[in-house]
Design a protein around this ligand. Structure first.
Ligand code: HAM
Length: 429
C-alpha cells in the first residue's frame, strides 16, 4: 500500500473550523489599520537570498540556521522569506517610494518560513501581519505603532493577557561601545558561558543577553548595562516614547535585555508578551531600523515597524475562549425545498433574498432529501431560521419560516414580505 501523503513538519493546514477565527483577526486588524491611515502592500514570498543575508544579518539564527534556501533552475540562490521587513524595504527602493523623503505607512500579511524546531506556537510556515513606516524619525510614530496594537488587544479582549516590554538599543555607535564593554566582561568569564553564548561572543554578542541559560543569566547580573552607554539623542527619543505611552495610559516594562533576534534594529525595540501560551509567548514584536535602507544602498531613511504572529494570536483567542460564537456557524438561514418545482422556486427566492439583504448568510439545501434529513442539515448549519418550501407553499406564494434556536411558532410569510420579516428578526438577535 502506498504511504499516506502528509504535510511537511511544522507546516500546517488551516482547516475550515479554524479559518473564521483567522479572518476575524485579520479583518479586525485590517479595519483598524485603515483607521490609522496604513496601506496594504503585497510582497513576493520568494526573494534573492542576498536580501535576507544583508538585511537580517549574517550571524543571526534566522540567516545562519533557519532559512529555506535553494538554487532555482537558473542556478540563482533564492530564499522563502523568513520575515517581511527586508522585502518591504527592497520594494520601497525598487519603486522609488521613499528616496524623496515620502512618508509611507504600510502593512502586509502572509506566510513566512523558518526552519525552527516546531512546537506549540512555533512553526516552520507561520503567518505574520506586519506594519512598516518610512521617513518618520521621531518617537511619535513609535508610540503610534504601540498604541494601535494596544487598541487591537482591547478590541479582541486581550488587553489583560499581554504585557509590553520596551527597550532602547541606542545608536549604532553607542551599541558598538556597549558591545565592546560586554565582550570584554564576558571574555574574562568565557569558561562559565554556555556553548551557544560562547559562539555568540564572536558572532552576535548582544544576543547573549537573552540567553535562556541559567548560568549565563547569573553572569549577566553584574555585566555592563546597555542604558549606561546610550547616546543623548537615543535617550531623548526613548523619553519621548515613554511620555507618549504614559499620556495614553499604556503600561510597559523596561527590559534592558530585550535585544531582538534580527540585526537591523536601533533605538526603540518592543515586544508584546503573554504568559498564557507557554514558551512561545511573544505575540507581536518590532522596533526601529533607521540604518536598514542605507544598508541596501538607499539614502539614509528612518524606518520602524512590527509584526505579529497570527498563529499565536489565534491560539491565545482560543485558549481564552474569546472567539465570538457566531463565527462558528456558517449560516443565518437554511432553505429546505421539497420536489423539483419548489427547488426551482427556492433557488430564485434565495437570490432575491441575497439582493435584498447583503451580507446574509444563506444556505440552500442541495441534493434534495426527506423532510427529516433536510431539517437535520438545517439544524447542523447553525442557522437561526429554516425556510420551508413545498407544493402547498408554492401554490400560495408563501414560505414556512421556522425558528431553529427557540420554541416560537413557525409562521407562514408571503414571498414579498420575506426579506423585511427576516431583516427585523436577524437584527434583533
Ligand atoms: P520577529 O520577532 O522575528 O520579527 O517575528 C515577529 C513575530 O512573528 C513574533 O513575535 C512571533 O509572534 C511571530 N513568529 C516568529 N517566528 C515564528 C514561528 N516560527 N512560528 C510562529 N510565529 C512566529 C520580525 O519578523 C520583524 N520583521 C518584525 C518587524 C517588522 N520589525 C520591524 N518591522
Amino acid at each position: 500500500m502506498s504511504k499516506t501523503l502528509q504535510a511537511i513538519r511544522g507546516m500546517n493546514d488551516i482547516l475550515p473550523e479554524q479559518t473564521p477565527t483567522w479572518r476575524y483577526l485579520e479583518n479586525t486588524l485590517a479595519e483598524l489599520l485603515d483607521g490609522y491611515g496604513y496601506q496594504e502592500i503585497r510582497l513576493p514570498i520568494l526573494e534573492f537570498t542576498e536580501l535576507f543575508a544583508r538585511g537580517i544579518g549574517e550571524g543571526t539564527d534566522v540567516v545562519d540556521k533557519e532559512m529555506y534556501t535553494f538554487l532555482d533552475r537558473n542556478e540563482e540562490s533564492l530564499t522563502l522569506r523568513p520575515e517581511g521587513t527586508a522585502s518591504c524595504v527592497r520594494a520601497m527602493l525598487e519603486h522609488g517610494l521613499i528616496g524623496g523623503g515620502q512618508v509611507q505607512k504600510l502593512w502586509y500579511a502572509g506566510p513566512m518560513f523558518r526552519y525552527e524546531k516546531p512546537q506549540k506556537g512555533r512553526y516552520r510556515q507561520f503567518h505574520q501581519i506586519g506594519v512598516e513606516v518610512f521617513n518618520l524619525p521621531g518617537p511619535d510614530i513609535d508610540a503610534e505603532l504601540i498604541v494601535l496594537t494596544w487598541r487591537l488587544w482591547q478590541k479582541l479582549g486581550l488587553a489583560d493577557s499581554v504585557t509590553l516590554q520596551l527597550n532602547s538599543l541606542g545608536s549604532s555607535e553607542a551599541r558598538a561601545r556597549y558591545r565592546d564593554a560586554l565582550v570584554a566582561y564576558l571574555q574574562e568569564r568565557y569558561d562559565l558561558l554556555d556553548e551557544d553564548s560562547q559562539r555568540r561572543l564572536t558572532t552576535n554578542p548582544l544576543r547573549i543577553l537573552d540567553s535562556k541559560n541559567g548560568g549565563t543569566q547569573a553572569l549577566l547580573v553584574d555585566a555592563p548595562t546597555l542604558h549606561d552607554y546610550l547616546d543623548e539623542e537615543s535617550v531623548a527619543h526613548f523619553e519621548g516614547l515613554k511620555a507618549r505611552l504614559d499620556a495614553v495610559g499604556i503600561r510597559y516594562e523596561i527590559n534592558q535585555k530585550l535585544v531582538r533576534g534580527l540585526d537591523y534594529y536601533g533605538r526603540t525595540v518592543f515586544e508584546w508578551v503573554t504568559d498564557k501560551l507557554g514558551a512561545q509567548g511573544t505575540v507581536c514584536a518590532g522596533g526601529r531600523y533607521d540604518g536598514l535602507v542605507s544598508q541596501f544602498g538607499g539614502k539614509p531613511t528612518p524606518g520602524v515597524g512590527f509584526a505579529m504572529g497570527v498563529e499565536r494570536l489565534v491560539l491565545l483567542l482560543e485558549t481564552l475562549g474569546l472567539v465570538p460564537e457566531e463565527l462558528n456557524t456558517p449560516a443565518d438561514i437554511y432553505i429546505c425545498a421539497f420536489g423539483e418545482p419548489a427547488e426551482l422556486a427556492a433557488l430564485a427566492l434565495a437570490e432575491r433574498l441575497r439582493d435584498a439583504l447583503p451580507g446574509l448568510r444563506l444556505l440552500v439545501n442541495a441534493a434534495a432529501g426527506s423532510f427529516k434529513s433536510q431539517f437535520k442539515k438545517a439544524d447542523k448549519s447553525g442557522a437561526r431560521y429554516a425556510l420551508i418550501l413545498g407544493d402547498d407553499e408554492l401554490a400560495k406564494r408563501v414560505v414556512g419560516c421556522k425558528p431553529l434556536r427557540d420554541d416560537s411558532e413557525q409562521q407562514s410569510i408571503a414571498w414579498d414580505a420575506l426579506a423585511e420579516h427576516l431583516a427585523a428578526r436577524l437584527k434583533r438577535a
